[in-house]
Design a protein around this ligand. Structure first.
Ligand code: ADP
Ligand code: MG
Length: 251
């Protein structure tokens, strides 16, 4: 695998995904090209139904594209089996969701340690990692609690610890503050910014444009397409592609 600093951590070309359910097919992702550099904090924002979650699922191998290709650290994922994707999500990709998805009958400590043990990390190493992360996330003393005993904000911090315990190259977050109050939201965003400051690559999906401003690049997603792609580097935004480009793409 080519994993030098110049190789994008993530590269997508022509990703398409249509959902066939009841009623008309939903063209959730309609041809997305995307590159994410190592260390970048990218926010994908857009209205409900724009296709943001579908895009994130494609990036994490939770769903497969109908067409298009995806490279992880220079390696084409098109031929990855489900099992191989699962390995990637255990080792190189951490994911947090809106509703935490913790294992309800495992303690906080076990929820965080489980992915490390599944990845073959010896318990002797998994435990100090778990302890360090929980301390960092302000959860010391909660190790023995069950998820149901925690506030939403605390549960999301446990989910963040679980996603980061294997020190993944990439963190994918789908509306991580979507079910939290304003305090929980600030807390999660502060933690994302802190991990990013330490070099964590993050793709954050949010319908809340205010949260997107924590990122250093914001993609506006609309109707399955990238409508705008702007670097927020302190100066004037650098636009890579305008909404007019998207309108031309549509029929
Ligand atoms: P967002 O996260 O931006 O709200 P989604 O990716 O969840 O958007 O959804 C995009 C479109 O695809 C919507 O029209 C949604 O109803 C549809 N969709 C998403 N997932 C499914 C699914 N599993 N089955 C059928 N339709 C789906
Ligand atoms: Mg969504």
């Amino acid at each position: 695998m080519r994993a030098d600093a110049e190789t994008p951590l993530l590269r997508a070309e022509g990703l398409v995904r249509t959902h066939y359910g009841e009623g008309a097919p939903a063209h959730a992702v309609r041809g997305v090209d995307l590159t994410v550099r190592r260390g970048e904090f990218l926010a994908v924002t857009g209205p409900s139904g724009a296709g943001k979650s579908t895009l994130l699922h494609l990036l994490g191998g939770l769903q497969r594209p109908d067409s298009g290709s995806l490279w992880l650290a220079g390696e084409c994922t098109d031929t990855y089996s489900e099992a191989h994707w699962a390995v990637q999500r255990r080792t190189r990709i951490g994911i947090v969701f809106q509703f935490f998805n913790l294992v309800s009958d495992l303690s906080v400590a076990d929820n965080v340690e489980l992915p490390a043990l599944l990845a073959g990390i010896p318990p002797k190493q998994a435990r100090p990692r778990r302890e360090a992360l929980l301390a960092e996330l302000g959860l010391t003393g909660k190790e023995r609690s069950m998820p149901g005993e925690l506030s939403g904000g605390e549960q999301q911090r446990v989910a963040l610890a679980r996603a980061l315990v294997n020190q993944p190259d990439l963190l994918l977050a789908d509306e991580p503050a979507g079910s939290l109050d304003s305090r929980g939201t600030r807390e999660v965003m502060r933690l994302l910014s802190r991990f990013h400051a330490r070099g964590q690559t993050i793709v954050l999906v949010t319908h809340d444009a205010r949260l997107a401003s924590a990122a250093d690049r914001v993609i506006s997603f609309f109707d399955g397409c990238v409508a705008d792609d702007a670097a927020l580097d302190g100066g004037a935004p650098t636009r890579h592609r305008g909404i007019s480009g998207v309108l031309e793409l549509k029929d």
